[in-house]
Write a new protein. Structure first.
Ligand code: PGA
Ligand code: ZN
Length: 423
């Protein structure tokens, strides 16, 4: 089957900011569309998202955030290359690399390349008469990932109400994804109720749908969520565990880590000790970006000192980038990687990073961004790739629930197995 048409256009994301959509039409008359997400606490080493600020494309009312340049790249540069070609994800990605050989997709924009790459994945799956999940895993059971879900939000997603960005729960004791999600919703509702009763403001919903309650210490925030888990009748440490996304690059000044709400500053080696105390005293089984994106040494030191089973997850550190992942593997800086397609810019290259991580015994967590949309390809990628874990934010906002609902759909309609990488 051949590509008939490729069209890029601007749409809105969950924060009301412009983002890129791409539609690929095939010779059988079908059309396949994908929209790209966008981060707020972006890593310095991510692929480059093209925004119009300072260019002739900048629109009057989008504060320089419009993406018409990326859209023009799809319509004027990418489309002429792809039309009349066979639909094949790997061939499309190879063409995108030929058009822009830069490692971070500077010229076309990673938002342009990813939109086209994702639309090509959908179109290629359709040409084989498969769903996106089945396209990547045609045989046997689909592996439904363990969710990691925001209860409390802070950092760049919640006006820095809390120093750390996310306090999440992982329902490790659930027997199915369907059950897992019901536990999560119950804990979130209980946390909102306890927040109201405790006099905290809980009508503030953060970018990823978590509750924006301003705790002045990580420990107090953990105790609050532990209490919510217990109050719904679930066993902490057995059925439900905690996870943190510290997003520490946000409060590292190149020398010290500043926990502003806690009123404390730490050198890198002091912060290793402090974080180790936190994870040792709380039911935390996963910690993301405890140290800054270019502060590699404490990562290594922490990996040697921290509890053996702890998942040490690199997001801003690794940015879904093969070179950075290989450095972390060689130096034992982490044991898990967050996989975000838009940090990388191409579907096939993102899958290669995931495969390299798994070949080296790293856990993989496929992740959404704080700026999302109604697409649900993330759920299909996480499942089709057998990633083992997925992080989407909270269970509020249809841009989040589109992903959860797609996992519910896969569990209801396909042969599946719910994965627990923490067993
Ligand atoms: P971002 O945050 O999408 O705003 O970068 C998500 C994360 O840090 O995991
Ligand atoms: Zn993160």
């Amino acid at each position: 089957m051949k590509i008939n048409k490729v069209i890029g256009y601007q749409v809105l994301d969950s924060r009301g900011r412009p983002t890129v959509a791409a539609s690929i039409s095939l010779t059988d008359g079908s059309t396949h569309t994908a929209r790209v997400p966008s981060g707020a606490s972006t890593g310095a080493h991510e692929a480059k998202e093209l925004r119009d600020v300072g260019s002739k494309y900048a629109e009057r009312f989008y504060s320089g955030l419009s993406v018409q340049q990326a859209v023009a790249n799809i319509n004027e540069k990418i489309a002429p290359r792809l039309v009349e070609e066979q639909i094949d994800l790997n061939l499309v990605d190879a063409q995108l690399i030929e058009l822009d050989p830069s490692s971070d997709h500077t010229h076309l924009g990673a938002n342009a390349t990813l939109a086209v790459s994702l639309a090509a994945a959908y179109a290629d799956a359709h040409s084989q008469n498969k769903s996106l999940a089945r396209y990547f895993n045609p045989e046997g059971k689909l592996l439904i990932p363990m969710p990691m879900v925001n209860i409390l939000s802070g950092g760049a997603h919640a006006n820095r109400a809390m120093d750390i960005q996310d306090l999440l729960i992982i329902p490790t004791g659930a027997k199915s994804f369907t059950e897992a999600l019901s536990w999560i919703v119950a804990v979130r509702e209980m946390a909102a109720k306890l927040g109201k009763e405790g006099g905290f403001v809980t009508n503030l919903i953060a970018d990823e749908g978590g509750l924006s309650i301003g705790f002045d210490s990580i420990e107090k925030a953990c105790e609050f969520v532990v209490n919510a888990i217990e109050k719904v009748g679930l066993k902490v440490g057995v059925e439900v565990n905690l996870a943190l996304d510290v997003a520490s690059t946000q409060f590292f000044d190149g020398k010290n880590y500043h926990l502003t709400t806690q009123g404390k500053s730490y050198t890198s080696s002091e912060f290793v000790k402090y974080i180790n105390t936190v994870v040792s005293n709380q039911p935390i089984i996963s910690i993301e970006d405890p140290f800054a994106e270019d502060d590699w040494l404490p990562w290594q030191a922490f990996m040697q000192e921290c509890p053996k089973k702890l998942q040490v997850l690199g997001d801003d550190l690794l940015t879904t980038n093969l070179t950075r992942l290989n450095k972390a593997i060689a130096e034992k800086s982490a044991n898990a990687i967050l996989i975000k397609a838009n940090q990388n810019g191409l579907v096939s290259a993102t899958l290669n990073v995931l495969k390299q991580a798994r070949a080296n015994n790293f856990n993989t967590v496929v992740s959404a961004r704080s700026g999302e949309n109604e697409d649900s390809w993330l759920a299909d990628l996480a499942t089709g790739w057998g990633a083992g874990q997925i992080k989407v934010g909270s269970t509020h906002g249809s841009e989040r629930n589109a992903k959860w609902n797609r996992l519910l759909e896969l569990e209801a309609t396909e042969k599946t197995k719910f994965v627990n990488p923490f067993a």
